[in-house]
Design a protein around this ligand. Structure first.
Ligand code: PBG
Ligand code: ZN
Length: 326
């Protein structure tokens, strides 16, 4: 006890502080989520996400090259559909030669060592914007969604995705996808399950980017309730039991308690998705001169590592050199 014990001794110099600190995650721990659009030479900046854009595949390859060179771990690809392509079941999501499927092929060809992850959901492809087809009462039909998600996952595996990442929050999606992948001989394709995904207010910039807001209603009937800790933990436990290779929590910074709970209760690798609203928040603060962007980004990334994330899916990943490199 004081005065013999003095905790400030442990932080008296930068050298000691640096030794004792959780390191900033290296670029290999980061996964860059980005948006692919059809066509060529297209780059549409997303207003609510400065530094992010919807990219045609040729532009994506150009933007990826220096990131891969710098050691980026992986990329998580989301596709967009034109209004005319959308239908009640989101069938454009599993087109063999769809925009994302072709982008996956191109990225794997250009950068075979980069881990390519494909989002598996249909909300960007349904005309009602929900993550599965609707039943007669207007809710999302869980079991009818599964067969669609299976097709989406197989189309991504066929295109060469290393990992498929189901994000629809349907019960049974992991086991359904595992069985479908195995039946099609994609036994090596990993499933990174977005096992606990909250019905969050932090997805708005993403929905602008993806044009994937639900037309009517919300996602509260399938995404986890922010106030219900125990069900949130069961969601991840179920996905582990269904054979997920990697668990994922989303969003990140408002849910660090869940992250550390999961860390203590699973030996699976854990990913966390630092979502669009978290990205926009720091930008908005910095833009007003109310905080230093680089310092906020670094502190937030350390907090995710410290809380137990092995992998961090973050829009900062395409600015690693500017913001995170020492
Ligand atoms: C849709 C999906 C969402 C995000 C990733 N996949 C939004 C939603 O569920 O409405 C959000 C990611 C982000 O905000 O960065 N399946
Ligand atoms: Zn969805």
């Amino acid at each position: 006890m004081f005065p013999e014990v003095r905790l400030r001794r442990l932080r008296q110099s930068n050298g000691i502080r640096r030794m004792l600190s959780t390191p900033l995650p290296g670029p290999e721990k980061l996964i860059w989520p980005t948006f692919v659009i059809p066509g060529e030479n297209r780059r549409e900046p997303i207003e609510s996400m400065p530094g992010q854009a919807r990219l045609s595949t040729d532009k994506l390859l150009i933007e990826l090259a220096p990131l891969v060179q710098n050691g980026l771990g992986g990329v998580l690809l989301f596709g967009l559909a034109d209004t005319g392509e959308k239908d009640s079941h989101g069938s454009a999501a599993y087109a063999t030669h769809g925009t994302v499927q072709e982008a996956i092929r191109a990225v794997k060809e250009a950068f075979p060592q980069l881990v390519v992850i494909a989002d598996v959901c249909v909300c960007a492809y349904t005309n009602h914007g929900h993550c599965g087809p609707l039943n007669s009462t207007g809710g999302v039909d869980n079991d009818a969604s599964l067969s669609i998600l299976e097709k989406v996952a197989c189309s991504m595996a066929a295109a060469g995705a290393d990992i498929v990442a189901p994000s629809a929050m349907m019960d049974g999606q992991v086991i359904a996808i595992r069985k479908a992948l195995d039946a099609a001989d994609y036994t090596q394709t990993l499933i990174m399950s977005i096992s606990t995904k909250f019905a969050s207010s932090l997805y708005s910039p993403f929905r602008d980017a993806e044009k994937s807001s639900p037309g009517e209603g919300d996602r509260n009937g399938y995404q986890a309730a922010p106030g219900d800790l125990r069900t949130a933990l069961r969601e991840s436990k179920f996905d582990e039991d269904e054979g997920a290779d990697i668990l994922m929590l989303k969003p990140a910074l408002f849910y660090l308690d869940i992250l550390s709970h999961l860390r203590a209760n699973t030996d699976l690798p854990l990913a966390v998705y630092n979502v669009s609203g978290e990205y926009a928040m720091l930008h908005a603060t910095a833009d007003r001169g109310w905080g230093d962007l680089k310092a906020m980004v670094r502190e937030s990334m350390i907090s995710l590592s410290r809380s137990g994330a092995d992998l961090i899916i973050t829009y900062w990943a395409n600015q690693y050199e500017q913001l995170l490199q020492d």
